[in-house]
Ligand binder design. Structure first.
Ligand SMILES: *[C@@H]1O[C@H](CO)[C@@H](O)[C@H](O)[C@H]1NC(C)=O
Ligand SMILES: *[C@@H]1O[C@H](CO)[C@@H](O)[C@H](O)[C@H]1NC(C)=O
Ligand SMILES: *[C@@H]1O[C@H](CO)[C@@H](O)[C@H](O)[C@H]1NC(C)=O
Ligand SMILES: *[C@@H]1O[C@H](CO)[C@@H](O)[C@H](O)[C@H]1NC(C)=O
Ligand SMILES: *[C@@H]1O[C@H](CO)[C@@H](O)[C@H](O)[C@H]1NC(C)=O
Length: 303
């Protein structure tokens, strides 16, 4: 534990070491950027996102969409069958915030950076660098503009709050059986979604965090793949607790900062964050990742 910690602290002061961290297995060769099978389109319930963010620090503040029914885009994630990623592909296209200017209003409202006290472009930059660079192997998504436009378009085409409310699932304080939530989306789209929950550090309640839809390389909606989680046909694709109701709150619960929430927001879009991804992200973003987050992440990782 301390050795890894020391190694990572070294990384923070000397990025050149990061090419070859001591005692790290040789890096597997990076996945070619076109080597993926389908896109996972992830939307967040911003109320849950905000609750998680505020729990992590008493300094944290949120920005929420004006329309209190909006599920916001998290990202479009190219995915290989049976795996997560690829991530951070070797695309020549660099993130350019100027390209987002014409759609800034829509991005703020529908692809909201809920974590208000972060850099204004940080969510979009991260999504582009980690996932957009891989998506760019498709002509339909081969620019920053096309990637973000597609995310906004799907947000309008697949309005989760309307889909859910048609099955009488509206935000409340009692929560819902996860099968009912899952079936509501499945009935509305005709395809299997994936649903992710997070556990609230303080109340230990399971909160609905993200609902994901899957698309093939023609950008047609397809079933998310059951075998990804080692399940079988008919299973629910979800990490949510099936033994008690999952919460779909209308407003951010009255949180207080708690030490127990140690997941970093930058890792929340992989099922099983691992050290390699951590280091990769670290290399990429340089010193942007705070040491605090690394220590918290390591605690999570090693516990
Ligand atoms: C689901 O994944 C498995 C391997 O994990 C693969 O064999 C199968 O073809 C996939 N099904 C679909 C519909 O993509
Ligand atoms: C995507 O799905 C649509 C509808 O099922 C199908 O017509 C199309 O051929 C698929 N595209 C690819 C690349 O698999
Ligand atoms: C949720 O619904 C499923 C299927 O109807 C049922 O088997 C399960 O017991 C329910 N869970 C809860 C917590 O009510
Ligand atoms: C959402 O906004 C509508 C219209 O402004 C308002 O009537 C409603 O009470 C709000 N719902 C919640 C849960 O805040
Ligand atoms: C939130 O909780 C704190 C401490 O538990 C309490 O002092 C405060 O009044 C609560 N605020 C609301 C709006 O319930």
């Amino acid at each position: 534990m301390f050795y890894i910690l020391a190694a990572l602290i070294l990384l923070t002061v000397n990025p050149s070491i990061s090419e070859n961290p001591p005692e790290k297995k040789p890096k597997p060769s990076p996945t070619p950027f076109q080597d993926w099978d389908y896109i996972v389109y992830s939307q967040r319930w911003p109320i849950t996102g905000c609750s998680q963010w505020e729990e992590r620090s008493s300094q944290n503040t949120c920005s929420l969409p004006h329309d209190n029914t909006t599920w916001t885009v998290h990202g479009l994630w190219p995915t290989k069958i049976g795996a997560n990623g690829p991530f951070f592909c070797n695309s020549a296209i660099h993130f350019d915030p100027d390209q987002l200017a014409p759609m800034m209003k829509e991005l703020q409202e529908y692809w909201t950076n809920v974590e208000a006290n972060t850099k204004p472009n940080s969510l979009w930059k991260h999504e582009w660098n980690k996932h957009g660079t891989c998506a760019a192997s498709l002509p339909l998504l081969n620019s920053v503009t096309n990637y973000f436009k597609q995310g906004l378009e799907w947000n309008q085409d697949f309005r989760l709050s309307s889909m859910l409310s048609k099955s009488n699932i509206v935000p409340n304080t009692q929560g819902y059986n996860i099968s009912d939530v899952y079936n509501a989306v499945k009935v509305a789209t005709g395809k299997n979604p994936e649903i992710e929950c997070v556990v609230d550090g303080k109340s230990k309640q399971s909160l609905i965090s993200e609902i994901r839809l899957c698309f093939n390389k023609s950008l047609d909606l397809i079933d998310c793949n059951v075998s990804k989680f080692g399940g079988q046909d008919g299973d629910i694709l979800s990490n949510c607790n099936g033994n008690k109701n999952v919460m779909y709150f209308a407003t951010v619960p009255n949180n207080t900062y708690t030490e127990e929430v140690i997941r970093d927001v930058y890792f929340d879009d992989v099922d099983e964050p691992n050290l390699e991804i951590c280091i990769e992200y670290f290399n990429f973003q340089g010193r942007l990742l705070k040491l605090y987050s690394i220590i918290k992440f390591l605690m999570w990782f090693t516990l």
